[in-house]
Ligand binder design. Structure first.
Ligand code: ZN
Ligand code: FE
Length: 264
């Protein structure tokens, strides 16, 4: 499978999945906030759209769907809980549902990862023998989505579901926020050697205008402060920011770090 990041707007990625040698020339698209980058890609690769997957209702993830449907009538998968806001959905999904794209030989299971929006879902599949997670604005490389609608507890539960996936899971998030996320991460956990190394690696990639995603879940567990509520340095940072010197519970630590990021 070839999985391509199609840049959109200033920092979004639309993910395009296709088999390089598939006779079906089928492409599945995740979170098309804009149609133009997708139409360009289809033309460039001589392929055709066969499915659209949506993680949540925000315009930068669904804005291109209507125009794409004018070019090809394909199934549109997305969160049942946001069906009223995503009127072009043909398949409303809940946790435990699966999405099969036979032309690509891939099947995704659906995870409820509410928090950024209440109904946010993620798609988890096995691609070429390695787990692949399309998680929209929930888990970012080095960070996590803002809590626009959900509570810290809800986002914590959602991230907790992702944190127990295999360490070699590829994490396909929807934005290129890595460098600024890691700048914050370093303020939270300056003594984390894996984080320091990642900052350097990401700086090199960005200097060459390369995407920093997908990342590996193992790297997120080692460096992403929003998955490191157990780290003494993260707990100390959460205590300092919140002014609560006895803060210890993981949800409270997560909530304090998230609040700090909002004003960082
Ligand atoms: Zn969003
Ligand atoms: Fe977004």
């Amino acid at each position: 499978m070839e999985i391509t990041a199609l840049p959109a707007f200033s920092d979004n990625y639309i993910w395009a999945l296709r088999h390089r040698d598939s006779p079906s020339d089928c492409v599945a698209i995740v979170d098309p906030g804009e149609a133009a980058p997708v139409l360009d890609y289809l033309q460039r690769t001589g392929s055709r759209l066969c499915a659209i997957l949506i993680t949540h209702r925000h315009a930068d993830h669904i804005g291109g769907v209507s125009e794409l449907l004018r070019h090809a009538e394909v199934p549109v998968y997305g969160p049942a809980a946001e069906q009223d806001k995503i009127t072009m959905l043909t398949h409303a999904l809940r946790e435990g549902d699966s999405v099969s794209i036979p032309e690509l030989g891939v099947e995704f299971s659906v995870l409820d990862v509410g928090g950024h929006t209440l109904g946010h879902i993620a798609y988890l599949g096995d691609i070429d023998g390695q787990p692949a997670l399309f998680c929209g604005d929930t888990l970012f490389a080095g960070g996590c989505g803002r809590l626009f609608e959900g509570t810290p507890q809800q986002m914590f539960n959602s991230l907790g579901k992702l944190a127990i996936l295999p360490a070699d899971t590829r994490v396909y998030c929807a934005h290129e926020y890595t460098q600024s996320n890691l700048k914050f991460a370093l303020a939270v956990e300056p003594g984390n050697a894996a984080l320091q190394a990642r900052v350097q690696a990401v700086a090199r990639l960005r200097a060459e205008q390369q995407p920093t995603v997908p990342s590996l879940l193992g790297a997120e567990l080692a460096t992403n402060p929003f998955l490191r509520w157990h780290s003494p340095e993260v707990i100390a940072a959460a205590r300092k920011f919140s002014g609560n010197a006895t803060l210890q519970d993981p949800v409270g630590v997560f909530a304090a770090i998230r609040e700090w990021k909002n004003v960082f």
